[in-house]
Design a binder for this molecule. Structure first.
Ligand SMILES: Cc1ncc(COP(=O)(O)O)c(C=O)c1O
Length: 376
């Protein structure tokens, strides 16, 4: 990034020779991101964030809808899809149909098939991987169902790209969203994939950057970083598919399961991104756990970062049939490629200490009848 924040400050759209190198850097970033998802460089459009990518695609698809159609999505999407879908439904007289998930957090394909079979869909948007549980969705199947019915298919792949294999040639989605800071690029840069030959009307009009699909002077340093991060993640995925991160996550879960009573790991074990673990701690309010963990030097969250401070159980856990009390005692623990075995072991010790402390105050195992988690 540094050259583009210092001496290579030129506007890539400028005609003078010095700007040529900056234009070239943008071209390279298109190639790097394209390679990560097996797309063509011209199918990649840089944006300001993942939310913008989601909004731009859904806005376009809604704008060409006819009245009384519906937006099909899932019940576990990020608010960058759900809140926007609600807005679009008002603006364009559309209905929003949220297909449920099974108790393992994966999209209910029967429900999705039925929703599509209604024949009144303006679009379908299903996330590739969930941000709270890390659960990877049956995206190839959902895409196929939508394709067979001729329904435009978008995927919010923000939690999947860089963490698991995303190949748009094998899973031929029409539109896909990416966010840089989910795989070590900086915050404030994202991208859209728009399959070659598909129509697209931009959300931002102006100077015609990004092939006229996203006007506005480019965040060159951010885009260059996103490109480099894509290249590095592609390398890692090719090398070991993040097996090292998955092994550390599994080690953490194994230790917690054997050393701490009454916990539950949520979400389909075999269909998760390597870095995410979603755990319920019986008789521990997540809010209390977070405060203690922060004190012990461990930062994690309950639900998504965007939901911090909200008191309701997350819509993702509710959709999975997790009871309100269990949802309020659940944490999302994320690892990264920089997490070490020492970090994980320190986190396990901190979790044990925090849970024991809360249970001794709130009445833990041995103090009264243990409440067994129920699904409601
Ligand atoms: C699944 C998902 N979609 C969308 C977003 C929003 O991305 P951004 O923060 O880049 O706008 C996030 C960010 O947490 C996410 O996890």
């Amino acid at each position: 990034m540094m050259p583009f924040l210092t001496d290579q400050w030129y506007n890539p759209s400028s005609g003078y020779r010095a700007a040529k190198g900056v234009r070239k850097a943008l071209e390279v970033a298109h190639e790097q991101v394209a390679e990560l998802i097996h797309a063509k460089p011209t199918e990649i459009v840089f944006t300001g964030c993942g939310t913008e990518s989601n909004n731009a695609v859904l806005s376009f698809l809604a704008s060409r809808s006819q009245g009384d159609q519906k937006i099909i999505t899932s019940a576990i999407e990020h608010s960058a899809i759900l809140r926007h879908a609600e807005y679009l439904s008002d603006r364009h007289h559309l209905r929003v149909e949220k297909v449920g998930v099974n108790s393992d957090g994966r999209l209910c394909l029967d429900g999705f098939t039925k929703a599509i079979a209604g024949g009144d869909a303006a679009m379908a948007s299903v996330m590739w991987a969930n941000n709270e549980t890390g659960v990877i969705q049956p995206i190839a199947e959902a895409c196929q169902i939508a394709r067979e019915a001729g329904v435009a298919f978008h995927t919010d792949a923000i939690q999947a790209v860089g963490k698991t294999v995303v190949n748009v040639r094998e899973v031929p989605v029409d539109y896909l969203s990416i966010s840089g800071h989910k795989f070590h690029a900086p915050k404030g840069v994202g991208a859209m994939y728009i399959r070659e030959g598909l129509k697209f009307e931009p959300m931002l009009y102006g100077g015609g950057q990004e092939g006229g699909r996203r006007s506005g002077t480019e965040n060159v340093a951010g885009i260059v970083a996103l490109g480099k991060a894509a290249e590095l993640m592609k390398q890692r995925l090719d090398d070991d598919g993040h097996a090292g991160v998955a092994a550390l996550r599994d080690h953490m879960e194994q230790r917690l399961l054997s050393e701490l009573e009454h916990i539950q790991i949520n979400g389909a074990h075999d269909h998760r991104t390597a870095n995410t673990s979603h755990i319920s701690f019986d008789r521990c309010e997540a809010a209390g756990l977070l405060i203690l963990l922060d004190e012990y030097g461990v930062q994690c969250s309950a639900g998504s970062a965007c939901m911090t401070g909200k008191q309701q159980p997350s819509h993702v856990q509710t959709a999975m049939g997790i009871s309100a009390s269990q949802a309020k005692s659940s944490l999302r623990i994320s690892l990264s490629i920089f997490t070490t075995q020492e970090d994980v072991d320190a986190a396990v010790e901190a979790l044990k200490k925090a849970a024991s402390k809360l249970r001794s105050v709130q009445g833990g195992p041995g103090v009264g009848p243990v409440q067994v988690f129920s699904r409601d």
